[in-house]
Design a protein around this ligand. Structure first.
Ligand code: ATP
Length: 229
């Protein structure tokens, strides 16, 4: 069997501890060979003004992942002139790794909105999906059915039937991994967003604990996010 590769897309403006801790936890729990961070060129779901240049976002990704052997950066979206949608990016990555099992990673907030994504049914059926709960977004219920209703209640029954509830820190079984599923996970709970980081930087607060030290230094050195307020 080919490699098992997670694909974690985002704006990463900047990459923060929430992303990194989710990435490391998923690498372990799903016994992945690689996790690809895929910075978005112009994110189709976010219309926020003044996203940092891709060069700055890329530099911060590189700084934070240089010493993490299984985390790679894919520039596939940055290099694409046509603002690719996730389903297109997944198709391109599958062509690059024809024998690979691709698992798309998204936070609970993204999963809640996934029905607005282009061809989301294909994303949810042609690939594995790993949903990482995010503090402040629907709950990690202890009861199996509650968990599914809370996090996957917006999906049609045929999609909901693909959900595997791993809430409570459970790992997928080899049988579950052998088939395509939507995995609900709660391995880590890091209450940080890139918005929090940008606001802290804009108001001169410490970024300690929110981003790795190298990213905090980079943000200070290049005075990123200064003009937000
Ligand atoms: P912003 O605050 O600018 O909206 P963000 O912190 O949500 O940014 P993105 O780069 O937009 O970061 O997120 C990329 C992916 O990471 C999304 O799927 C998002 O749900 C997920 N994610 C971001 N922060 C966390 C977190 N703290 N825990 C779990 N998932 C997260």
């Amino acid at each position: 069997m080919g490699w098992r590769i997670a694909v974690y897309g985002g704006t990463f403006d900047p990459l923060h501890e929430g992303h990194l801790q989710v990435a490391e936890a998923i690498l372990d729990a799903f016994a992945l060979d690689r996790l690809l961070l895929v910075p978005a060129a112009v994110p189709p779901h976010k219309r926020r003004q003044a996203i940092s240049s891709p060069y700055h976002r890329m530099a911060m990704l590189a700084l934070a992942t240089a010493d993490r052997p299984r985390i790679f950066i894919s520039t596939i979206e940055l290099e694409s002139p046509a603002r690719p949608y996730t389903i297109e990016t997944m198709g391109k990555l599958q062509a690059i790794y024809p024998d690979g099992q691709l698992l798309f990673v998204m936070g609970g907030d993204s999963f809640r909105d996934v029905t607005t994504w282009r061809e989301y049914q294909r994303i949810l059926t042609e690939y594995d999906v790993i949903v990482a709960t995010r503090p402040g977004y629907p709950t990690a219920a202890t009861e199996e059915e509650e968990g599914m209703a809370g996090m996957a209640g917006h999906l049609a029954p045929e999609l909901r039937s693909r959900v595997v509830n791993l809430l409570g820190g459970r790992r997928p079984s080899p049988e579950q991994l052998a088939d395509r599923h939507i995995f609900l996970t709660d391995y880590v709970a890091v209450d940080v967003s890139a918005t929090d980081v940008r606001q802290a930087a804009a108001t001169g607060r410490s970024l300690s604990g929110m981003v790795p030290p190298a990213i905090a230094e980079y943000i200070a050195k290049y005075q990123l996010y200064r003009s937000l307020l």
